[in-house]
Design a protein around this ligand. Sequence first.
Ligand code: NAP
Length: 259
Amino acid sequence: MDLGIAGRKALVCGASKGLGRGCAEALAREGVTVYINARTEATLMTTAEEIAKATGATVIPLAADITTEAGRETVLAALPELDILINNAGGPPTGDFRDWTRETWIKALDGNMLTPIALIKATLDGMIARKFGRIVNITSSAVKAPIDMLGLSNGARAGLTGFVAGLSRKTVRHNVTINNLLPGIFATDRLLSNFAAMAKNAGLSPEDYAKQREAALPAGRLGTAEEFGQLCAYICSAQASYLTGQNFLIDGGAYPGTF
Ligand code: NAP
């Protein structure tokens, strides 16, 4: 299926690894020119080269911490008129809410709520004027089913979700859609390092722990960044112009509810 977005321009944040990289690669396969962002320049450069080589697309690395105002300014200054924005960054740490100060909360809100909103603010009106825009926020299954120990993520991402629910209804008549993608458990560096810590706590080897977690999932395996990216690319397609304000859970059936 031709997604009808060849020649479009996208910014994918948090894209040197994991789910962001999966999205960047899937968009590049559709002929989208992709600006990829992450903090670590060397990894980002390598990823840009690898995606360009694999897809034939133009991939431009923009190294910056997207959760800071200075980082966002650097990235926005280097961008052309944007058609597609994928908001993503690392998630907040685990912990007990009794230990969190106002500063802890502000950091989580900055990373997982206010940064996506700032990037939407900077790019939305241009998309509306040009009558095409696709914005996807990578959030978490924690928005649908809160995860104990991830209170910072549960709270900050729910705030973004509520904001997007309102805004997305105002933009769709201009062919600008805003949706959220909610990952369940995906085999990325972040997840595997979390698994390593959990394995230690459980007194298991990382391999045995991972096997146990995989077996407990309805799909019997972890998700891959490639399949995550392919769903993202469809949400960014020309065909997906009637999809807005939605929260797409992609979790191999892990969420147990009927709806
Ligand atoms: P990952 O494999 O660790 O990749 C994160 C990417 O984001 C890297 O490219 C990283 O590069 C970049 N990044 C992190 N902080 C950044 C910042 N401040 N500014 C710019 N780039 C930044 O993580 P992932 O598993 O793909 O997770 C992506 C998001 O999905 C996270 O918010 C995570 O909480 C959420 N999530 C993941 C899962 C899962 O199963 N994997 C499940 C639910 C939710 P640098 O470190 O070089 O900046």
